[in-house]
Ligand binder design. Structure first.
Ligand code: SF4
Length: 199
């Protein structure tokens, strides 16, 4: 049987979900016998590859780089999983949404709140622009499964991956049950009118 190609992606999150993934400890050796990890912040791989079977996406879609990457992830992944509460609902990353537009927040933090030479952190080509709202993944692209928790516990992650690997082996997203309706996005909600479907 072919080995499955698995990826993990880190968008607007704290990396706690990835840390919890590592907490499955020695089960990682069992997993390594069944899958190849082809992209992850834990690896030094620069470009998201094609033909990925299962991708876990941590974090909300918070800036232009997140937006571009998650669209590519969707095009290149058979099964896309919103991994952890920031990806599922926006969670901590979306707490800025009801406060003020990003430019106002950046001005307050990096200009008004500093004593010397305050300036907003923006350098073209280096720092991606923040989106007007940090958005849960399902508001931007179609999601096949949701793993909730902040972070999800290691046993929950292990159970989810085992089920996803089984689903990928037996035909991909179409063999998964319909995903549970996602919880409402944190902060004020606007609809998912721009959600992109599977590639
Ligand atoms: S869900 Fe919690 S642990 Fe995961 S990225 Fe968000 S804040 Fe961090």
């Amino acid at each position: 049987m072919d080995r499955l190609r698995v990826a993990t992606v880190w968008l607007g999150g704290c990396s706690g979900c990835h840390m919890s993934l590592l907490d499955v400890d020695e089960w990682l050796f069992d997993l390594a016998e069944a899958v190849d990890v082809v992209y992850s912040p834990l690896l030094d791989v620069k470009a998201f590859p094609e033909d990925v079977d299962v991708t876990l996406v941590e974090g909300a879609v918070a800036n232009e780089d997140n937006l571009e990457l998650v669209r590519q992830v969707r095009r290149n992944s058979r099964i896309l999983v919103a991994f952890g509460d920031c990806a599922v609902s926006g969670n901590v990353t979306a707490m800025r949404n009801p406060v003020a537009p990003p430019e106002e927040i950046l001005h307050r933090l990096y200009v008004e709140a500093v004593d010397l030479q305050g300036q907003p952190p923006r350098e073209r080509g280096v720092l991606p622009s923040l989106l007007g709202r940090a958005r849960p993944v399902h508001e931007v692209v179609a999601v096949d499964a949701f793993v909730q928790g902040c972070p999800p516990s290691a046993p929950e992650i292990r159970a989810a991956i085992e089920r996803l690997v089984e689903a990928a082996r037996s035909g991909g997203a179409s063999s998964l049950p319909d995903p549970l309706p996602p919880p409402p996005a944190c902060g004020e909600g606007e609809g998912a009118s721009e959600t992109e479907g599977r590639g």
